[in-house]
Design a protein around this ligand. Sequence first.
Ligand SMILES: [Zn+2]
Length: 217
Amino acid sequence: MRLIILGAPGSGKGTAAMVLKEKYNLAHISTGDIFRSNIKAQTPLGIEAKSYIDKGQLVPDSITIGMVAGRLEEDDCSAGYILDGFPRTIAQAEALDEMLAAKGEKIDAVLSIVVDDEIIKDRVSSRRVCEKCGASYNVKYKPTKVEGVCDACGGSVVQRADDNPETVAARLVTYYENTQPLIDFYNAKGLIVEGNNNVDSDTCISDIENGLKALGV
Ligand SMILES: [Zn+2]
């Protein structure tokens, strides 16, 4: 099963990817991780990517695609994978199709995690994080036992500066602008499977499972 997952920041995409990874024995491939591991291992592509990042420039598609191609050859991808953070553009999506077609493979479905903007704004604004151990909390849905104190380590639990409704709204606008062309691209191929995450993760996952069945994946 070869999947792509799309979802706005705060949509619960990460949680959905984790559940599906376990359920279907898939590799979860995030572009962030691929960049970090190539840079750390100082692969030729990693060294090239770092030279752009250090200059504050965008890493060219050819480098990103090269890294993804390498990652898809690793053993843990043999049962399938979920691509997270790639493709970001139509050019990348087309390159991915070509890369897979050369191996007689294709993307089976593109999962789109859908959440109403107001719900995302509400969830993100009530999010808190432990400064010391990184544990995450939510003042509405998963509060600490003592206000402002981490249950796990006793560290201070704070709100991140960019977790406020205005910043979240701006992030959402950027996300939709960048993602709609991809949704349209994969919709035309009949590959979009929506998971509605307005209520909870279980509902979202069962939406996705039904959608995958309907596609015969
Ligand atoms: Zn902590």
